[in-house]
Design a binder for this molecule. Structure first.
Ligand SMILES: Nc1ncnc2c1ncn2[C@@H]1O[C@H](COP(=O)(O)OP(=O)(O)O)[C@@H](O)[C@H]1O
Ligand SMILES: [Mg+2]
Length: 210
């Protein structure tokens, strides 16, 4: 069956692929594993292209589209535009060293309440790739009386680690840079551009929830 195969091949540093066929393969994966009604929207094409060449390590097109393959992705856009879904879909395409696990920020703060400060290193100092889903929806929490900005601390650790270990960090959010700064502080804001390729859905993007 044609669509069940991956339509790309790596030969050393070279990559050959059929963009449209590989998209069909991804669409099929998404329908099976994520949402039976999933389809790529023509209106999201600019974003899809970027996510595609990034995850597959097509350096030539990364350069052309202004995507830095060494940084992560920060996918920004209004609620329901499909950020979480796209990060899931493209995880099936990610080249081995770019594999990542989607982790809702709410789950991380819940783990922090349960397990305490070890959660900061569990995510902040891990070699594993993560996509921190929905920055800014979690609450800053008090742990034994100390206010702790859990996700902010994790992001700063990942920033330090990224330089040494090349571990992948992605995120999604529906907040803008000013709003992120209010929650995580100036240190996080000033590192955002160094850590992430900022990829934004237009504010007018339609809500994909049924
Ligand atoms: N391309 C798509 N085709 C069909 N349904 C989609 C698509 N993208 C998202 N959805 C559906 O829309 C809803 C919202 O998507 P989600 O990824 O959670 O949005 P966000 O993370 O931006 O808030 C989900 O139910 C999802 O299954
Ligand atoms: Mg989401």
């Amino acid at each position: 069956m044609e669509e069940t195969a991956r339509h790309f091949e790596r030969i050393g540093n070279q990559i050959q692929y059929d963009y449209e066929l590989t998209k069909k393969y991804l669409e099929k994966m998404a329908r099976t594993k994520i949402d039976p009604d999933f389809k790529f929207h023509e209106s999201d094409e600019e974003i899809l292209k970027r996510l595609f060449v990034y995850n597959i390590d097509d350096f030539e097109h990364c350069k052309l589209f202004g995507v830095d393959p060494r940084k992560g992705i920060l996918l920004i856009g209004p609620v329901g535009c499909g950020k979480t879904t796209l990060m899931k879909v493209f995880s099936y395409l990610a080249h081995d060293h770019k594999k990542y696990v989607i982790k809702p920020t709410r789950e991380i703060t819940a783990e922090f309440i349960q397990d305490g400060f070890q959660v900061l290193s569990r995510y902040g100092k891990s070699y594993k790739g993560f996509c921190f889903d929905d920055l800014g929806v979690e609450q800053s929490i008090k742990h034994f009386g100390n206010e702790c900005n859990v996700i902010g601390e994790i992001l700063l650790s990942r920033y330090e680690y990224m330089k040494v270990h090349n571990s992948v960090t992605h995120s999604t959010t529906n907040l803008n840079a000013n709003e992120l700064e209010k929650i995580y502080g100036i240190r996080v804001r000033s590192r955002l551009r160094e850590m992430f390729n900022l990829i934004s859905f237009p504010e007018s993007t339609q809500d994909k929830r049924k």
